[in-house]
Design a protein around this ligand. Sequence first.
Ligand code: GUN
Length: 284
Amino acid sequence: MTATILDGNALAKKLRADFKTRAEALLASHGTRPGLAVILVGEDAASQVYVRNKVNACAQAGFHSEKILYAPDVEPQRVFSRIAELNADPKIHGILVQLPLPKHFDSDAVLKAICPGKDVDGFHAENVGALMQGHPRFIPCTPYGVMKFLAEAGIDLKGKEAVILGRSNIVGKPMAMLLMQASATVTICHSQTRDLAFHTRRADILVAALGKPRFVTAGMVKPGAVVIDVGINRLPDGKLCGDVDFAAVSEVASAITPVPGGVGPMTITMLLANTLEAAEREAR
Ligand code: GUN
């Protein structure tokens, strides 16, 4: 079997064209341009790239954006004060603090300082609770992008075995909630899981989000499974690869996302979706 490759760039392009049209309509009807503020603390190279891509995506969709940079040793109080200003700023509908933060920050406290109505990452405890209760205000961008992928590919999730590798707050946990709400039977595996391959081989839908290059091999995948690769790893030669051995697994799976060009572009697309949604809600 050779898998269908789920093209994140193509789906992202289609969705972003729609968001641009909706943003223009909102500007025409209410004089409101969707606005996103992105806060980055420190000089992590990968985070710098992600933040730049987020700001560029805003510009292309006709959104307003602000990039706010701090040195790695910044006094947390300065960041809290800035978040308070952004909470009150009518030009800003979405606020995102790029994670991870330096160790001297209490990340949960920072996320809680963001007004829940502007929390376009969906990481505020109140929004995490709303997602868990089944009426999300903002769906975290990466799992949201994965669900869009599955819907676009026409994959019925009802009664399917979904296995997630990774239990992070950013991907694994919200991914489990969304798949469960779509009536899949969900297993979350993590670093302490015994006999990982036993679980992965049962998966109709396998989501890899553990941050280990090419960890998922062909022998770990059930023939015909849908494989979603959330990993973005940089190899010693500078090339990017996912958590899945793409070449081998695409011979076994029925559908697979590549890295790059799979989930990555969809994460940023769903950030635009959430920011637009926040601006439209405010205008209603
Ligand atoms: N770091 C890695 N992924 C994300 C994300 O989706 N949002 C934020 N804020 N930080 C991240």
